[in-house]
Design a protein around this ligand. Structure first.
Ligand SMILES: Nc1ncnc2c1ncn2[C@@H]1O[C@H](COP(=O)(O)OP(=O)(O)OP(=O)(O)O)[C@@H](O)[C@H]1O
Ligand SMILES: [Mg+2]
Length: 301
């Protein structure tokens, strides 16, 4: 029998009363996945998050009480099958969707309780990249990257400096005059990453950002994200159905199954001994695939 929301993290329970979040009296705080995470370095905390949609007049629950904790500066992976609710979760975190209930605490501030103005400011602190890049086809790479700054009212001189910095960070300085139509998939995603980072956010949310790329480009983009994570200290939340991408980039991960976080912990623990059906199946495919690649390379023959 699976345990719902099992967390196998080993970081010690913090006993300081000030870190016990006394302002949070939600019953979900007693959830084992949440209780273990009240450590000092906790940065994003999601508590009992629920989201449903009306489909033909019928309420369909997609997120059924998400509990999750992510530390400052970590590169954290979330895996799940198609339809598990990954993009819905991402859209709730950046508030493109409004959840039905629950909490999303970033640095202790519940972003579901912010006023419109405060939410607009908080959103600048959250960059997002997508599988389909979501670029403006009629704008150059420069104009795509500068867009978030232009709508924030930043001065032209500052915009130029920040765009050039972001372009350099993603290795795209020589393509700033190109239009998306003239860029490869990897280059388009670099524009997407630069645009997501141009406001210098604390959090980067990635929803299947490498899923449309070939394996070599995927590796380059993951390497870039790892580098940005290391050098800027940005917290990255990578949502994907590619376990290899998580294995390559993340120390910790969570498994989303049918609208709940069914387990979370170190990537190696989950790969080696997944408790959930989803986790076990992803791990099986991961190891079987590795085996077949090794055999086709001649190893073991
Ligand atoms: N705006 C919407 N209205 C109605 N149902 C929706 C809406 N958005 C998502 N859903 C439903 O919610 C469920 C989860 O969708 P979601 O896009 O979050 O899945 P996912 O895990 O990201 O899948 P994938 O790996 O295919 O991207 C699906 O059944 C989907 O049909
Ligand atoms: Mg999705």
């Amino acid at each position: 029998m699976e345990q719902i929301g099992v967390s196998r993290d080993d970081h010690p329970r913090d006993d300081h009363p000030e870190d016990d979040h006394p302002e949070d009296d939600h019953p979900a705080d007693d959830h084992p996945a949440t209780r273990k995470h009240k450590a000092k370095d906790e940065f994003i905390r999601i508590v009992n998050l629920r989201k449903s949609y009306l489909m033909n007049g019928v309420k369909v629950e997609v997120l059924k009480g998400i509990n999750l904790s992510i530390r400052k500066g970590e590169f954290f992976g979330i895996i799940g099958f198609s339809g598990a609710g990954k993009s819905t979760l991402a859209r709730c975190i950046n508030r493109l969707e409004t959840p039905d209930s629950g909490k999303i605490l970033i640095s202790g501030v519940d972003i579901l309780k912010l006023s419109k103005t405060d939410l607009r400011l908080a959103r600048r602190n959250l960059g997002m990249i997508f599988q389909t890049f979501n670029l403006f086809e009629a704008k150059t790479a420069y104009k795509n990257i500068s867009y978030p700054l232009e709508i924030s009212g930043v001065s032209k001189t500052n915009i130029r400096k920040r765009v050039l910095d972001a372009a350099e960070l993603v290795g795209l300085s020589d393509k700033l005059n190109a239009y998306p139509g003239g860029l490869s998939g990897g280059e388009k995603q670099r524009v997407g990453i630069a645009r997501a980072l141009v406001n210098r956010p604390d959090v980067l949310l990635s929803d299947e950002a490498t899923s449309a790329l070939d394996p070599q480009t995927t590796l380059q983009i993951l390497e870039l994200l790892k580098d940005i994570n290391r050098t800027t200290g940005i917290t990255i939340l990578m949502i994907t159905h590619e376990l290899d991408a998580i294995k390559y980039s993340c120390d910790r991960m969570a498994v989303l199954e049918d609208g709940v976080i069914i387990e979370s912990g170190s990537v190696d623990d989950i790969l080696g001994n997944a408790h959930s059906y989803t986790g076990r199946l992803f791990a099986k495919v991961f190891f079987e695939f590795k085996k077949s690649v090794a055999l086709s390379d001649g190893a073991g023959i």
